[in-house]
Ligand binder design. Structure first.
Ligand code: NAD
Length: 267
């Protein structure tokens, strides 16, 4: 099988560094370019040295060039939009793992994906994507007598809150039981908020230390509760999922896909 040529954007970041490491171990993929923001202090240095692998002969660059099959971007919303616009212009596929995109930015991704092969997922982990599927079924089976609460915990450096994954869990569960998460989502509680309504889906957030990522969906009934928990032990599960998505998306027609598509969990 032909090697897939990958470009990592955000290569000097936490996820970017893990991607560079895992691509080096992956015989089906080869790193051809590493990009970071124009004012990054390590621009021009060998990316292998930046991420602790030793010289790879690939410098950290400050702008995207043609020549790859797929871009993998874990950066910020603005830089992700720039990458998908570049992918669309140059005919490359793209995998975006960045979270925290606004509704307008998500619309732009949807628009550009009509003429680009794009996987966009706030969580590339295989376990979380299985969780996305089963929480919907559990919510349907348990029915309205069970209160639903979501909580997530991440490291102290995470900028957006709640996590994209927690929001997606809320949206999927709400939809599966005929509610609108925009209306029933309750973000934190403080003061005399009154009794919990039956319909609401609570969302609580923890930021502490170096927690890689934890998501819990709690279904609270009378006399019992059921919790579905996913814990990421390291960033490698996201990076491995992103690489799996990149190898998959290069062979798909134009369109916007998520990890459920990549893993064949839909339908
Ligand atoms: P990070 O801050 O360590 O890395 C981001 C990198 O992007 C930095 O090196 C930064 O310099 C670079 N960058 C910023 N602007 C840029 C630009 N214009 N062009 C190129 N590079 C640019 O952050 P991180 O922990 O690696 O996370 C990055 C994103 O990925 C966040 O949105 C995070 O929430 C998300 N994330 C998603 C998943 C998932 O599974 N989808 C998993 C982990 C993290």
């Amino acid at each position: 099988m032909k090697e897939v040529k990958a470009i990592v954007v955000g290569a000097a970041g936490r996820m970017g560094a893990r991607l560079v490491h895992i691509i080096q171990e992956t015989s089906l993929m080869r790193l051809v370019q590493a990009v970071d923001r124009p004012d990054h202090p390590l621009i021009g240095k060998d990316i292998g040295e930046v991420v602790g692998l030793g010289k790879l002969g690939i410098p950290l660059e400050n702008e995207l060039k043609k020549g790859g099959d797929v871009i993998i971007n874990f950066t910020n919303p603005q830089a992700s939009l720039e990458s998908i616009a570049f992918a669309q212009k140059s005919g490359m596929a793209i995998v975006i793992g960045t979270t925290g995109l606004s509704p307008e930015q998500l619309n732009r991704v949807r628009e550009l994906s009509k003429s680009t092969r794009c996987v966009f997922s706030p969580n590339m982990s295989v376990g979380v994507n299985v969780m996305f599927r089963i929480v919907q079924e559990v919510a349907q089976v348990l029915g309205p007598e069970y209160d639903i609460e979501i909580f997530e915990a991440h490291h102290r450096l995470k900028k957006d809150s709640p996590s994209g994954t927690a929001v997606k869990l809320g949206e999927l569960i709400a939809k599966a039981i005929g509610r609108d998460f925009g209306k029933v989502g309750v973000y934190g509680r403080k003061g005399m908020v009154g009794e919990r309504t039956k319909e609401e889906i609570g969302m609580q957030v923890i930021r502490a230390g170096d927690i890689v990522g934890e998501h819990t969906v709690l279904f609270g009934g009378i006399g019992e509760r059921l919790e579905i928990i996913h814990r990421a032990h390291s960033r490698d599960n996201f990076a491995r999922g992103a690489i799996r998505a990149a190898l998959w998306v290069v062979n798909q027609p134009n369109g916007l896909y998520d990890m459920q598509d990549v893993l064949g969990l839909k339908g």
